[in-house]
Structure formats: C-alpha cells, structure tokens
Design a binder for this molecule. Structure first.
Ligand SMILES: Cc1ncc(COP(=O)(O)O)c(C=O)c1O
Length: 378
C-alpha cells in the first residue's frame, strides 16, 4: 500500500476509436448540430426507448429548457429531493419557481411516501433524481403524479442505462434529462446534455429553445438561447454509447467486488432494490466517522468524494430564503456518505487494494477502541 499507484475516484477512457471519431468530426467541416449530432440523438433515443432525443449544452441546460417547455413559471412549485447535485434545482430557481424538498429512502432517492404531504395548489411537477445510478421508485411516483395531475421530469444525469423494472430511466416520465460531464457513465469528454421524450410538441419546443428560438434559419418564433451541441463531442458520444452497456456491466462487477471484500464490516453498503438495475455511477458507503476514514483512504493515494456534503436545502445560495424543514435522513446521510472509486477500467487488484485500506483502518480503529476501554477498566 504505497504512494506508487494513485487510484482516481473516476476516470475517462480514451482509445483509438475515440481519437478516430474526433478526427472524423474535425475534418468534416461541420462543427455544430450536424450529421454526428443528429445520429447521436437518434441512437440515444433508440437506446433509451423514446421517440425523440434533443442534445443541449449541459445537463443543467437540459433540465432548464425542459422546465421552460413544460411552462413552469415563477412561483410554481416543483417537488425534488434535496440530496442531489445543486444543478438539479438551479434551473427551477432560475425560472423563479420554488423547489419543495422531500426526504429520501435508503436508496438515496426521493421517498414517495413523503411526496403527497408536500403537494399544494401551486405544485406543477416532480423531479425524481436517479442518484448514483439507482432508479427512484417510479411506480409509486407515477401513481402520485397521475392522482394530482403533475408532470414527472426524470433527472437521469447520473443514471445512463439504469432501469426501473424493464424500462430505461429517461423513458418513464414526460421527459428525462442526462448529462455528459466527464465523470458520467456516458461522457463526451466535455460538457453536454440531452433530453429524451416521447412527446413530439415538447421535442419541437426544445429544439427551438436550444437554438435561439428558431423555427427556420431566419425566423425566431420564440425567445431561445444558445444551448447547442458540437459535432466533435457528438462523434465521441456515439462511440461511448456503443460501449455504455459493457461499461455499466463492469461498474456492476466492481460493485460486486466491493460487496464481497467489504461485507461484514461496520459500514453501510449501497442498496439495489429488486426492481432496479443499478449502474453505479458512484459506489457510496456510509460510516459514522466518515471524515477520518476519508482522510486515511486518501493518505493511501486513493481518491474519494462526498456526493454531497451539503444538501440543497442548506446551500447558502438558498438557505436564507427557505423555511426550516425536516429532512432527517438527508441530513444524517450527508454526514456519513463516502464515494469510493468506480469506473470501467478499475481492476479487481485496485478494488482489492482499496478494500484492504478500508479493512486496515477499521481494524486499527477497533483495536484502538478496545485498548482505550481496557485502559479505563478499574
Ligand atoms: C443529478 C445531477 N443533476 C444535474 C446535473 C447537471 O449536469 P451538468 O453538469 O451537465 O450541467 C448533474 C451533474 O453534475 C447531476 O449529477
């Protein structure tokens, strides 16, 4: 266990096929929303199981433009979990609407049993987040949405390829939003996002919004933005999309190794419900003395992360404006969660090395506690 082999928290895989695709796009003479982007949209929609997919500048832009297309307005309310990346709620706030936070379950996704008590006449929709690659409990969420006439916008930014029962996330709500940020299960080696939907009119509005509101070259039918996509990244995305299933299978294999080597230790390992196909964007454990464990693991040159140390409702950007709320599990988990390295190229040897470090720390800690107890004995 030395300094010689740093293990990163996540890593982008670049190979000859990616390099070739990059050069192909570079030499094509078309750089924005051309043939590569169109093919990527079609292939992605086909993969998720929706009729349409619309590329955007980022996952945040995907959420933002979709909320605008769904006619969310100032003072509307949107139900969301608070344990998520801040960009889940940024677009809600940008529009002037209000996020209404709901606690989570042991899968780290929104707790459906706590949604209905938060619904008011101002509620327009629910954004479940398939956090860390585990789908939210979509059947229960769908039932609630149907009863109260709310839309479901899935935040799939961490869950490319994850399934709820036999359906890929992104094909269950009115729309699904994905991010291609470099650490994601599917990346384009830069920023990027995509919206999936079966709704034709939504897809048309999204296409206009991302390109200055254009309905044709010189006609701006609505006010829009520049949230377009470039050809080089689309070409990279197409290569990575072909490999997504095998990459996800490898992530699941790493998760199995973690489960095997960490079982029986005083740690909480991630849940995978019977209805879920988890794609392990993150492998998140829980431990009461998380910060000490994190420091120790990092001293062994192993990357870790905390996703997220501060829940959205306590972020300084909004906490002053929001009323105090009780999100007990969210706040408890934020103090204990720790993300371990996981990515398609992580080997069994590296995973064993990480688990050995954790084992060593826990063993040493229990010895120290035993010695302190013995010392205190009369
Ligand atoms: C859950 C979630 N939502 C939204 C986003 C925003 O995506 P992007 O960084 O592509 O804007 C991210 C990315 O970090 C995310 O993890």
């Amino acid at each position: 266990m030395g300094k010689a082999c740093p293990i990163l928290l996540s890593r982008v895989h670049i190979d000859k096929e990616i390099q070739k695709a990059t050069l192909r796009a570079l030499n094509s003479g078309h750089y924005i929303l051309g043939k590569e982007s169109q093919a990527f949209e079609e292939e992605f929609a086909d993969y998720i199981g929706t009729k349409y997919a619309i590329l955007t500048g980022s996952g945040t832009a995907a959420l933002w433009l979709t909320l605008i297309s769904l006619e969310v307005k100032a003072h509307d309310e949107i139900i969301v979990p608070s344990l998520t990346a801040f960009p889940t709620i940024e677009p809600i706030l940008t529009i002037g609407a209000n996020p209404v936070f709901v606690d989570i379950t042991d899968t780290y996704t929104i707790d459906p049993s706590k949604i209905e008590e938060k619904i008011s006449p101002k509620t327009k929709g629910i954004i479940p987040v398939h956090l860390y690659g585990h789908p939210a409990n979509m059947n229960e969420i769908k039932n609630i949405a149907r009863r109260h006439n709310l839309f479901i916008l899935e935040d799939c930014c961490q869950a490319h390829g994850a399934r709820f029962e036999n359906k890929r996330v992104g094909s269950i709500g009115i729309a699904g939003c994905f991010s291609f940020y470099p650490s994601k299960n599917l990346t384009v080696c830069g920023d990027g996002g995509i919206v999936t939907t079966n709704n034709k009119s939504l897809s048309k509005t999204l296409r206009m919004l991302r390109d200055h509101g254009r309905s044709s070259k010189y006609t701006h039918s609505i006010l829009g933005f520049n949230e377009r996509f470039n050809e080089i990244q689309a070409a990279i995305g197409r290569v990575n999309l072909k490999k997504l299933d095998s990459y996800n299978e490898h992530r699941r294999q790493v998760a199995l190794w973690y489960r095997k080597f960490l079982s029986g230790l005083p740690l909480e390992l991630p849940q995978e419900k019977s209805w879920a196909y988890h794609v392990y964007h993150m492998f998140v454990i829980r431990f009461k003395e998380r910060d000490k464990l994190k420091l120790f693991i990092e001293s062994k040159n192993i990357g870790t992360g905390i996703h997220y140390p501060i829940p959205c409702h306590l972020q300084p950007a909004i906490s002053a404006k929001s009323r105090p709320i009780n999100l007990a599990l969210t706040e408890e988990y934020c103090k204990e969660i720790l993300s371990l390295p996981i990515y398609p190229m992580l080997t069994k040897k590296q995973t064993t090395h990480i688990c050995n470090a954790i084992n060593f720390f826990l063993h040493r800690q229990s010895e120290e506690k035993k010695a302190a107890k013995d010392h205190d004995l009369p």
